[in-house]
Design a protein around this ligand. Structure first.
Ligand code: NDP
Length: 496
């Protein structure tokens, strides 16, 4: 029996669909899954359901699994992130040889991947962190693949992985080496952060149309369908349009029956936690994470709605006026969501010397993944035009678009706020845009407050030495009152 070029450990949703995808592209794949006492063998189930006339080699044990593979062995692990990955590594390593390659295709935290790379290097085993997006359908028909690997290991893998990937707008595989170590899983984490922010933004647009403009679910579906073409096009718009067409047995929108507590597996939260810990902004994703948390306090929300006042969504907004403005607001907010995410990627890449090419990231995300959208075409163009961009906001492509979109963005935010419709991602995107284009921020006042109560020190902007000083604020205020300030305040106005 010939040996396989690839082994897959873990035949859950992702493992079995990827196995079928690799096999479709001519790979013989060895398959294995842990056995649980008293339960049917997952491998046998897989073989009887999908394996007939297919090029799979089922394995009964980890040892047998490893022996069915050509050297250097390449094993794709698809198990739950966390301890399961470590236990699979421990189970396999006794049977592995120098230069064999373990690839973790799960949603592992990138710091875990960094640790595993180091630990396995001491055993001369290569460890690759591979971010995969696209869910079951992507895994089966073309996922977006975000590898973090040494060049040496990737040289042995790319011919196996590139064929199964989705394709970019220009027909290339959505799979490029991003950098070493945890860089692939880091990019996947940020991808998921964008996903959180984009989903929340879509939900906010839905809320404005449904409860601000009084449109029904079907009309909103039609609107998302229109947005799915052209510059607004995105996979998330498409699935939203689909979702809103569905009705229950009574002919009412199915979406109305779905509990409004949003769940999460935590990768968006990881992205926010990373941003917070590393002192970098990721306001839109973080706001989306908080919005999901807040959605879970349904009882509090319902009780509060009876006890506090304010305008309520009336259904009285004119959809013909609002929708063109909303289109601009959505696109501008999405541009800001991506600008923050790419800033975090490029800054982190610089700090960790990963050398991630943002153009490669924007290309990989053009197909197969949940955040695939037309906007990524402009992001590629923006980075190609200015290869040293620190922020996408500095790109003329971005700046011109913001110029055209910001009036609708601001009007939508105002309309939502005055109607009492919560739009946390839309407004935080706008606030972040305004913050980043402010040459002078009021944080000088914050510095003064910090020094006043905590002696934390201030620097004077006009002091070229950059010396940190502490002011005796109380004494300074007392002596200030002795200064002649007439003309500084209008005394009559003050008296009033
Ligand atoms: P599933 O839960 O469907 O499958 C997990 C597999 O891991 C099962 O075969 C399970 O075996 C096995 N497993 C669980 N614990 C252990 C363990 N301790 N030791 C050995 N094997 C174990 O998960 P998915 O296939 O959906 O996901 C796999 C990875 O891919 C996860 O990290 C997930 O976050 C990530 N991912 C998932 C996506 C999705 O849409 N589903 C999309 C992108 C990434 P058994 O069934 O016998 O317990």
């Amino acid at each position: 029996m010939s040996k396989s070029s690839l082994g897959i450990y873990g035949l859950g949703v992702m493992g079995r669909n990827l196995a079928l995808n690799f096999e479709k592209f001519g790979q013989q794949v060895s398959v294995f899954n842990k056995k649980t006492e008293g339960e049917e063998s997952v491998v046998n189930d897989f073989m009887s359901e999908f394996g007939r006339d297919k090029n799979f080699l089922p394995a009964e044990s980890a040892k047998m699994f490893v022996t069915t593979l050509t050297k250097p062995r390449k094993i794709l692990i698809l198990v739950k992130a966390g301890e399961a990955v470590d236990s699979v590594i421990d189970e396999l390593t006794p049977f592995l040889d120098k230069d064999d390659i373990l690839i973790d295709g799960g949603n592992s935290h990138f710091e875990d991947t960094e640790r595993r790379v180091k630990e396995l290097r001491t055993k001369k085993i290569q460890f690759v962190g591979l971010g995969i997006s696209g869910g079951a359908d992507g895994a089966r028909n073309g996922p977006s693949l975000m590898p973090g690997s040494t060049k040496k290991a990737w040289g042995k893998l790319e011919d196996i992985f590139k064929p199964i990937a989705a394709t970019t707008f220009s027909g290339d595989p959505c799979c490029e080496l991003l950098g070493p170590g945890g860089s692939g899983h880091f990019v996947k984490m940020i991808h998921n952060g964008i996903e959180y922010a984009e989903m929340q933004l879509i939900a906010e647009a839905y809320q404005i149309m449904r409860y601000g403009c009084g449109m029904n679910a079907y009309q909103i579906s039609e609107q998302f369908r229109k947005w799915s073409d052209g510059p607004m096009g995105s996979f998330l718009n498409e699935i939203t349009a689909d979702i809103l067409t569905l009705t229950d047995d009574d002919g009412n929108p199915l979406v109305d029956r779905i509990d409004d507590s949003a769940g999460q597996k935590g990768t968006g939260k990881w992205a926010s936690m990373y941003a917070l810990e590393s002192g970098m902004p990721l306001t839109t994703t973080t706001q989306a994470v908080f919005s999901r948390f807040t959605s879970n306090f349904g009882d509090i929300r319902r009780n509060t709605s009876y006890s506090v006042d304010g305008p309520g969504a009336s259904g009285q907004l004119d959809s013909a006026t609002v929708i063109p403005l909303l289109s601009e607001a959505i696109l501008a907010s999405r541009m800001m969501i991506h600008a923050e995410a790419f800033f975090l990627i490029t800054q982190t890449s610089e700090q960790r010397k990963w050398n991630i090419d943002p153009v490669a990231v924007a290309r990989i995300w053009q197909g197969g993944c949940i955040i695939r959208s037309e906007l990524l075409r402009n992001i590629v163009a923006a980075y190609e035009q200015g290869s040293n961009l620190t922020s996408l906001l500095q790109s003329p492509i971005y700046a011109n678009r913001f110029r055209k979109l910001q009036s609708g963005w601001r009007k939508t935010a105002s309309l939502a706020i005055s109607s009492g419709i919560p739009v946390p991602v839309l407004t935080s995107a706008l606030a972040q845009y305004d913050t980043l284009r402010s040459p002078k921020l009021p944080s000088n006042l914050i510095q003064a407050q910090r020094d006043y109560f905590g002696a934390h020190g201030i620097k004077f902007a006009d002091d070229s030495t950059g010396e940190v000083q502490h002011l005796q604020w109380k004494e300074a205020v007392a002596s200030e009152s002795e200064k002649d300030t007439s003309g500084f305040f209008d005394e009559t106005e003050m008296d009033e």
